[in-house]
Design a protein around this ligand. Sequence first.
Ligand SMILES: Nc1nc2c(ncn2[C@@H]2O[C@H](COP(=O)(O)OP(=O)(O)OP(=O)(O)O)[C@@H](O)[C@H]2O)c(=O)[nH]1
Ligand SMILES: [Mg+2]
Ligand SMILES: [Zn+2]
Length: 297
Amino acid sequence: MTHQDATVIATYSRRMRLRLDNGDEVDARIKGKKLRPVCGDRVRAEALPDEDDWLITAIHERRNELARPNVRGHREVLAANVDLLVVVAAAMPKPDWYIVDRYLCAAELMRVEGAVVFNKIDIEPPDGDALAVYRDLGYETLATSAETAESVDALSELLTGKTAIIVGQSGVGKSSLINLLSGEASQRVAEISDKHREGKHTTVNSVMITLPSGGNVIDSPGVRDFAPALGTPEEAITGYREVHEAGENCRFANCRHLREPDCAVKNAVEADEIDSRRYESYRRAVALTERLTKDRY
Ligand SMILES: Nc1nc2c(ncn2[C@@H]2O[C@H](COP(=O)(O)OP(=O)(O)OP(=O)(O)O)[C@@H](O)[C@H]2O)c(=O)[nH]1
Ligand SMILES: [Mg+2]
Ligand SMILES: [Zn+2]
C-alpha cells in the first residue's frame, strides 16, 4: 500500500484535492468522521486499490489555524499553516473596516503577518486615512487594481516564498488579483471548482494555488462578516496590537480598557495616539466574544 504526505489544496465539504509530496495532484476522501482537514493542512494519505480516490488517514500537527465561531459558537477552522493573511477591501462593495480589523485580529492570534490591500483603485482611490491607520500600526498596505494591474507586482513580491491566505468581503476582487498573479495555474483550479458551482464567479471553496514566483496563495470564499474565534474576551487585547502595547501602562494589570480608571488605552484614544475607530472595533470584539462565550455555557 502506498502512503504519502500531502498538502490539502482544495476542499469540497468531505472531498479534498491533494498535492502529494511527489508533485502529483489527486482527489481524496477522509477516513472516519472525526478528521476535519482544511486547506493548507499537511496530511497522511494512502492510495486505495482499484480506485482513483486517495484516503486521508491523519492530519499532521498544525502550525496555526484561521478560525471563527460557527453559528453555534463553536470554533470552526477555515485554513491552516499559513505565513501571511492578506485582507482585501475595495472601492466596491463599500469597505467595512471593522471586518478588516477582525481579520487582522485573527492574524495576531495566529502569530502571522497581516497585510491590507485596497483594490479597485481604478474606480476610486482609498480614503487617505483608511490605509494610513494600518500602515502606522506596522501592517503592510497596498492600493491595487486587478483591472489595470497597478501594484500587482508589489503584491506578488509580498507573497513570494510564503503561504498566504487572501480574505475579505465577497466581490472585492480576491480571485481577480490571484488570477493576475498566477495566470495558468488558477485557470486549472477554476475548472476543478467549476464542477461544484452554478455559473457565478463567487468563490465557494478554499483553493490553494502555487505561484510562478514561488509561494502559495489560498483563495477563500468572500464573507458578509467575519469574527475571529476568541477563547475569552481578554484575548481581543492580543488581536489589537496598539491596545496591547498601550495597555502595559494601565493602573491594573488585568485592565480590559473599557471602564477602568487610569486606563492608558483610553488616555491614548483621547490623545489621538490610538485611532478611535480602531478602539471602537476593539470594544466591539470584546462585546461579541462576551455574547458568544455566554451562549456556549
Ligand atoms: N473595476 C475593477 N473591477 C474589479 C477589480 N477587481 C475585480 N473586479 C471585478 O469585481 C468582481 C468581483 O471580483 P472577484 O475577483 O470575483 O471577487 P472575489 O473577492 O473573489 O469575490 P468572492 O469570490 O465572492 O469572495 C468581478 O466582476 C471583477 O471583474 C478591479 O481592480 N477593478
Ligand atoms: Mg473569489
Ligand atoms: Zn486599560
